[in-house]
Write a new protein. Structure first.
Length: 158
C-alpha cells in the first residue's frame, strides 16, 4: 500500500513537471506561430497568384538566416523582459522590451526584404501593402501594448 502511494505521488510530480515544460514550449511556439499566421492572413487578403506566392516564399527564405540571427540577438532582452514581468517589475520589463524592439527595428535587411516583396505586387496589392506597413509603423510608435487582455494598460507595480 505504501509503495502504491509513493508511486502515485511521484507519478503526479512527474506529470506536473512535464505539463510545465510542455506549457512553456507551447507558449513559445504559439507566439512564433501567431506572427506567421498574421502575415499569412494578410497575404491571403492580397489575393496573390501562385507565382507571387512562390516569389514571396523565395524572398522570405532568402532573408530567413538574417531574421533568425536577429531574433537570437533579441532573445536575451525578451527573456529578461518576461522574467521581470513575472516578478512584477514593469519598469525592467518595458526597458528590456524596448531594447529588443530597437534591435529588431534597426535591421537594415527588413527594408530590402519589404521592397523586394512590394516589387512583385500589382498596384492594388501595393496600396494594401503600403497601408499595412503604415499601420504597423504607427502601432510600433506607441511601444509595447501587450500588457493585459485588452492590451491597453500595464499591470500594477508591486
Amino acid at each position: 500500500m505504501q509503495f502504491t502511494r509513493k508511486f502515485a505521488a511521484w507519478t503526479a510530480v512527474a506529470a506536473l513537471g512535464a505539463a510545465g515544460v510542455l506549457a512553456a514550449e507551447t507558449s513559445q511556439a504559439r507566439q512564433q506561430w501567431h506572427g506567421h499566421a498574421r502575415f499569412g492572413q494578410f497575404m491571403s487578403e492580397l489575393n496573390l497568384t501562385d507565382a507571387q506566392k512562390a516569389q514571396i516564399k523565395a524572398i522570405r527564405q532568402k532573408y530567413q538566416p538574417q531574421s533568425e540571427a536577429l531574433r537570437a540577438q533579441a532573445k536575451p532582452f525578451t527573456d529578461a523582459a518576461r522574467a521581470a514581468k513575472q516578478k512584477g517589475d514593469t519598469a525592467a520589463a518595458r526597458s528590456n522590451m524596448e531594447k529588443a524592439h530597437q534591435l529588431m527595428q534597426g535591421a537594415s535587411f527588413r527594408a530590402q526584404e519589404n521592397s523586394e516583396i512590394r516589387a512583385i505586387l500589382t498596384p492594388d496589392q501595393q496600396a494594401k501593402w503600403d497601408a499595412r506597413q503604415k499601420n504597423m509603423a504607427e502601432a510600433g510608435k506607441g511601444g509595447h501594448k501587450g500588457w493585459g487582455k485588452k492590451g491597453n494598460t500595464a499591470p500594477a507595480t508591486k
